[in-house]
Design a protein around this ligand. Structure first.
Ligand code: GRF
Length: 220
């Protein structure tokens, strides 16, 4: 049976579009059962609707506190029985109960070379530090912010004169839009799992993140 994929977004939805495209062209063998946004005006919702995908809006501001939001989100998600939950630019920290329920099924994409720069403003921080390279990482979600087991990451060189927006765009285009569909495809095929806090791909424990040269041909 095809894997059931639910996707959480907060905004623009470029990663979401890449996931939808990879499902549509068969690179990800999954059915997208729902796209849920915590913002009413998330641009990504329109792409999902145009692709005929069920969407839901759960505005976090309308809940009494974090826990109430998490509980409502878990309730909604449970109704879709997802095998995979992909956070795609979802800008809310999820609490421990939520993370425990979806542990091993939940992936995130983070725009930095984790473990460097967990949290916000990653491009700005890489530039301020004078780093020679920057990138993005797909990881399993645990209760530690951007701290779960890494799966795959890719790097770009920081060029003289790069500003935050240019660097963000390059990381998105050259790295994120390739590694995220790949990681979700592995999950959908049952090849990627979380075992004892470590990512395991095709039976091999990933002591550190895979790199771009390990992408399947179709995802390059
Ligand atoms: C991406 O850079 C993602 O890595 C980060 O937030 C951004 C979301 O962009 N978590 P989009 O909504 O996928 O266009």
């Amino acid at each position: 049976m095809r894997a059931r994929l639910a996707i959480l977004i907060s905004g623009r939805g470029r990663n979401l579009r890449a996931l939808i495209a990879a499902v549509q062209d068969g690179r990800i063998d999954a059915e997208i059962v729902a796209v849920i946004s915590n913002h009413r005006d998330a641009e990504g919702l329109a792409f999902a609707r145009a692709a005929g995908i069920v969407t839901e809006i759960l505005p976090h501001a309308e809940f009494a506190d974090r826990r109430a939001f998490d509980t409502a989100l878990a309730d909604r998600l449970r109704s879709y029985t997802p095998d995979i939950l992909a956070l795609a630019g979802f800008m809310r920290v999820l609490g421990e109960d939520f993370v425990a329920e979806f542990r091993g099924r939940m992936l995130n994409i983070h725009p930095s070379l984790l473990p460097k720069y967990a949290g916000l403003h990653t491009h700005r921080r890489a530039l301020a530090a004078g780093d020679a390279e920057h990138g993005a990482t797909v990881h399993f979600v645990t209760s530690q912010l951007d701290g779960g087991a890494p799966v795959i990451q890719g790097r770009v060189k920081i060029q003289a004169g790069d500003d935050e927006a240019q660097l963000a765009e390059r990381v998105l285009n050259e790295i994120e839009l390739k590694i995220y569909p790949q990681a979700v495809a592995w999950m959908a095929r049952g090849e990627l799992r979380l075992v004892d806090n470590m990512a395991v791909l095709k039976g091999q424990r990933l002591e550190r993140a895979l790199q771009m040269d390990q992408l399947d041909e179709a995802f390059r």
